[in-house]
Design a protein around this ligand. Structure first.
Ligand SMILES: Cc1ncc(COP(=O)(O)O)c(C=O)c1O
Length: 451
């Protein structure tokens, strides 16, 4: 905060497509989609029009005891998106119900509470516990923080959190089981291991079972763990882990807050790329196309039914927010979802452009790993690629590179030593070229020349 107070803030005034302008008229490419939210570009005529149309009717009405049309239609659209006709094994459960909240943290919080109570009511677990991945971040509310495992963010609150277990994440680049030497390529492609990370999950379930405890849920980010440092999973990891969870009768919560709606996979949800249908699917960030705060937690009929009863049974899910089912947010979401079909080709092109334009970074000695999941690309900075030695956090390597990038007209935020490139789907090849040319020069200037 002291650093922020010292500097002159960058004040953003307007945007169009992948471009933002500040109050001085300076132009920037929004290379992290305004903290991973924007899907189709800023100031999109169709999303703008949908919000204006809804604003002419009503902005918000309570969802406590009242329904509204845009939220109902959005529920239907989400259920359709979450249950693709092909690609999922028949025995996988259908995501049939939608619970609205406000942001990624609350989408996860809702899933945790539902899974906990479901496990208790169905007798699946006596003292339900949660399992999540090392380095996980699922939001800033107390439940989401409890299931998170980033000491830097979470340690200060340890006294007010409930206990959860963690298991190793499939971080091929820094995996103790990966025997491969550093190479100039994505560590997942050159890894030499026997999927010991999957064995660890199996062992964790077995150890808990021995102590008479079953998990209420396993909580994962499918495809790529974002705030943990953009840890992209090797193909086959999620499928294997989901199967272990299923065999143990544990529910699977997919936090697709960052990865969902086409961001990090070929299909619209990263779980589906691995043929996995979770029991809970958390969607936020890009739900409204990056316009308004709104989130959804999808789940099965079975979970819904566990909360269904006569009034006297008091089985209802005691959770609700004032802005639940917000009409403006729902209208924006419907418009954004409507654009996803035409965005499919754009997403493919963007992913291909990110792949080809990022190749030039391999020539820099401070680039240790470049990993990609769909339209998300991450560059891990190291002191020397041959040793994989990381920079200390206080050296602010990622922050310094991003500052140098901003001077070159490209905006993004690092996750520690990892530079995140995740522009909106409408980003052109020319803009992608500019991003990576600027990133190459920013790394070269900040770390290679100035150390
Ligand atoms: C994977 C994941 N889950 C949850 C969250 C929390 O979302 P929000 O900031 O909207 O509360 C984030 C935010 O970065 C996230 O990346």
């Amino acid at each position: 905060m002291r650093d922020w107070l010292k500097g002159e803030p960058l004040v953003i005034e307007r945007g169009k497509g992948a471009v933002l302008w500040d109050v001085h008229g300076r132009e920037y490419i929004d290379a992290n989609s305004s903290i991973w939210t924007n899907l189709h570009g800023h100031n999109h005529p169709k999303v703008n029009a949908a919000i204006r149309r809804q604003l002419g009717r009503v902005a918000h009405t309570s969802a406590l005891g009242l329904a509204n049309e845009p939220a109902s239609l959005l529920g239907q659209a989400l259920v359709q998106l979450a249950n693709p006709r092909t690609g999922l094994p028949k025995r996988q459960s259908r995501l049939a119900k939608v619970f609205y909240s406000d942001d990624g943290s609350t989408a996860v919080e809702v899933a945790l509470k539902l899974a906990y109570e479901f496990a208790c009511r169905t007798g699946r677990a006596r003292k339900p516990r949660f399992l999540s991945l090392d380095g996980a971040y699922h939001g800033d509310t107390v439940g989401a923080v409890s299931a998170g495992h980033i000491d830097l963010f979470h340690k200060a609150y340890s006294g007010m959190l409930f206990k959860t277990d963690k298991v190793m994440s499939p971080y091929c680049y820094r995996c103790p089981f990966n025997k491969a030497k550093p190479e100039r390529g994505d560590a997942r492609d050159t890894r030499k291991c026997n999927f010991e990370c999957v064995d660890k999950v199996e062992q964790q379930f077995a150890a808990r079972k021995k102590r008479g405890v079953n998990y209420a849920a396993l909580l994962v980010e499918p495809g790529i763990q974002g705030p943990a440092g953009m840890i992209a999973q090797p193909k086959g990891w999620l499928g294997r882990v989901a199967e272990i969870s299923r065999v143990h009768g544990t529910q699977l919560i997919a936090d697709e807050v960052m990865t969902g709606l086409g961001r990090a996979a070929d299909q619209l949800f990263a779980s589906h790329d691995e043929g996995v249908q979770p029991d809970f699917l958390c969607v936020a960030k890009g739900l409204t196309g990056g316009y308004l705060p709104m989130a959804a937690t999808l789940t099965t009929q079975e979970v819904f039914d566990a909360f269904l009863g006569d009034y006297s049974e008091l089985k209802t899910f005691f959770h609700g927010h004032s802005y639940t089912g917000n009409q403006l947010g729902s209208a924006a979401s419907l418009a954004s979802i409507g654009l996803l079909n035409t965005a499919a080709t754009r997403r493919k092109k963007l992913a291909a452009n990110l792949r080809s334009e990022s190749k030039r970074l391999w020539m820099l000695p401070q680039v240790g790993d470049i990993r990609q999941a769909g339209c998300v690309l991450a560059v891990e900075l190291v002191r020397d690629w041959q040793t994989r030695e990381p920079f200390e956090l206080i050296e602010r390597a990622g922050i310094r590179v991003c500052d140098a990038l901003a001077k070159r007209g490209v905006l993004t935020r690092p996750v520690g030593n990892v530079i995140v490139i995740m522009p909106p789907y409408c980003t052109t090849q020319r803009q992608v070229k500019k991003i990576f040319s600027a990133l190459h020069n920013a790394i070269d200037e900040t770390l290679t020349k100035n150390g």
